[in-house]
Design a protein around this ligand. Structure first.
Ligand code: NAD
Length: 498
């Protein structure tokens, strides 16, 4: 047994040490060392987290909207004041550079800010006199205990896509974060408690498949919000549905950037660099394929390569542009695609292996990598690599580019770079992808729209956050009301009509 600290669960408003006897190591990816372990829940701990959320539900549901709103306002203020502390935690466990960690927190804060509008967002509808003296109105009620299961790549933002809205709507939450970077979730839960959230409204249950399956099968968990890789998303969708739960399961991605010959190639090259290598490519909205409509490819590659040479790779705490990958195993898997590329006849333009870094030699490094002439039958093109590997596919026309993107199994994000408004409008209409950028490489919607892709990038009919988030975390009651009046008497066995 190691002497390293073990990240505990957060149950009923306090840390709760695990007694399961199972843990998983957590690394500092820039140093390549284990810094702590994280608890892996057993059945008793799953039950304890759900029971805590269940017990807290009636009082939280019945608390006035104004009081719930005040807690959210306070949480927003505290998070804004202390986001620097959270960013350091993110960098130390995920590896992303501190400025990028702050960006992730800011995007999560946007959802908190949206959720503070709960009195408006939870309004129902009212129709007077649908029949004489009869009114119909609707209310939005919380579901109860809701489960959230999140991936490693946004340990703060992705949970914040869901829990502020779930809690604003009167639900209570069990969050199962990624075991690779678990500490941010506890930090957020402690902060929310400090902001006045009653104990049990927000619980953090750490674990692996055992914890996930426990939530999927638990009769007291009413819904599941999942973000992660496509095979697991599909499993979550099917299993949660089989257990009668409402479910939204967001999966993996392979995002294409279509570059038309009239695009401004300097701006396009900047965008390809930012979207391809930011967060070491470990973003579900990263651009991983540039689809260059000829004759732009050679010029564009020259500009991208020149910019790649200026990137500073290293420890995210040292003002670098790009940090390490999350684990050694993931780094090795991503790097293995370079060999596949060569075998499949692609051209490795920039090889990120063995680069010089401003950081510890033991970190999980892989430099920005550029691969040209990638065959669309190659696994380099087909797989979600999830690392700093940018592929170039050359096509002859706009139509060929659109057909290629639409043939992808994924449909999360995409972008077109052009100065032709008509082409951009056609693209927006013809492309089968959930989030589209027009000269914007990472089109993550603002909090008052909703986030989600098509095809194997999302299972379920509800996107994350925005109005769809409030819709997911509430169920509607429709009430037909008549206050009794002598004129309403009489027997009539026919179906009610207006
Ligand atoms: P992952 O699928 O490995 O893990 C996600 C969550 O599922 C974690 O909490 C993990 O503990 C759990 N899990 C893993 N294996 C499981 C199993 N066999 N049974 C039950 N639960 C299991 O994903 P990851 O590697 O943490 O994150 C990266 C992936 O997430 C990428 O595919 C990325 O595209 C995707 N992602 C998608 C979005 C989106 O909005 N579409 C956003 C962020 C990340």
């Amino acid at each position: 047994m190691s002497d390293l600290p073990v990240v505990p669960h957060w149950i009923d408003g306090a840390e709760r040490a695990s007694t399961s006897g199972r843990t998983s190591p957590v690394f500092d990816p820039a140093l390549g060392v284990e810094t702590r372990h994280v608890a892996l829940a057993d059945a008793a701990e799953i039950d304890a987290a759900v029971a805590s959320a269940k017990a807290a539900f009636p009082a939280w549901r019945d608390l006035s909207m104004t009081r719930r709103q005040q807690v959210l306002f306070r949480f927003r203020e505290l998070l804004n004041e202390r986001k620097g502390d959270l960013a350091e935690i993110l960098t130390s466990e995920h590896g992303k550079v501190v400025s990028d960690a702050l960006g992730e927190i800011t995007r999560g804060l946007e959802v908190v800010e949206l959720a503070t509008g709960l009195p408006h967002l939870l309004k129902g509808e009212h129709s007077e006199n649908v029949s004489t003296g009869v009114d119909v109105y609707s209310t939005k009620s919380p579901l109860g205990v809701v489960g959230i299961i999140s991936p490693f790549n946004f340990p703060a933002m992705v949970p914040m896509w869901f829990f502020p809205i779930a809690i604003a709507a009167g639900n209570t939450v069990v969050l199962k974060p990624s075991e690779k970077d678990p500490s941010a979730a506890n930090w957020l839960a402690a902060l929310f408690t400090e902001a006045g959230l009653p104990n049990g409204v927000f619980n953090v249950l750490h674990g692996d498949k055992v914890a996930v399956d426990g939530l999927l099968e638990h009769p007291d968990v009413k819904s599941i919000s999942f973000v992660g890789s496509t095979p697991i998303a599909k499993y979550i969708y099917e299993t949660a549905a089989r257990h009668g739960k409402r479910v939204q399961a967001l999966g993996g991605a392979k995002n294409h950037m279509l570059v038309l010959p009239d695009a401004d190639l300097d701006l396009t090259a900047d965008a390809a660099i930012n979207a391809g290598f930011g967060s070491a490519g470990e973003r579900c909205m990263a651009i991983s394929v540039v689809v260059a409509v000829e004759p732009v490819a050679d010029d564009l590659i020259e500009k991208i390569t020149a910019r790649m040479a200026t990137l500073k790779i290293g420890d995210g705490r040292r003002s670098c542009d790009m940090g390490p990958l999350v684990t050694e195993a993931h780094r090795d898997k991503v790097a293995s695609y370079l060999d596949i590329a060569v075998q499949d006849g692609a051209t490795v333009v920039v090889d990120g292996r063995g680069i010089e870094v401003d950081g510890d030699a033991n970190g999980f490094w892989l430099g920005p990598t550029l691969i040209d002439n990638v065959p669309v039958t190659s696994r380099v093109y087909l797989d979600e690599i999830f690392g700093p590997v940018l592929s170039i596919v050359r096509v002859k026309s706009y139509d060929e580019g659109v057909a290629l993107i639409n043939a992808s199994q994924y449909g999360n994000g995409t972008a077109i770079f052009t100065n032709d408004g008509g082409a951009a409008r056609r693209f927006q209409n013809e492309i089968e992808v959930g989030m589209i950028g027009i000269n914007v490489p990472i089109p993550v919607p603002v909090a008052y729209y909703s986030f989600g892709g098509f095809k194997d990038s999302a299972f379920g009919d509800s996107k994350a956050y925005g109005l769809q988030g409030f819709h997911f975390f509430t169920r509607e009651k429709a009430i037909t009301s008549r206050w009794l009046d002598p004129s309403h008497g009489g027997i009539n066995l026919g179906f009610p009509q207006n």
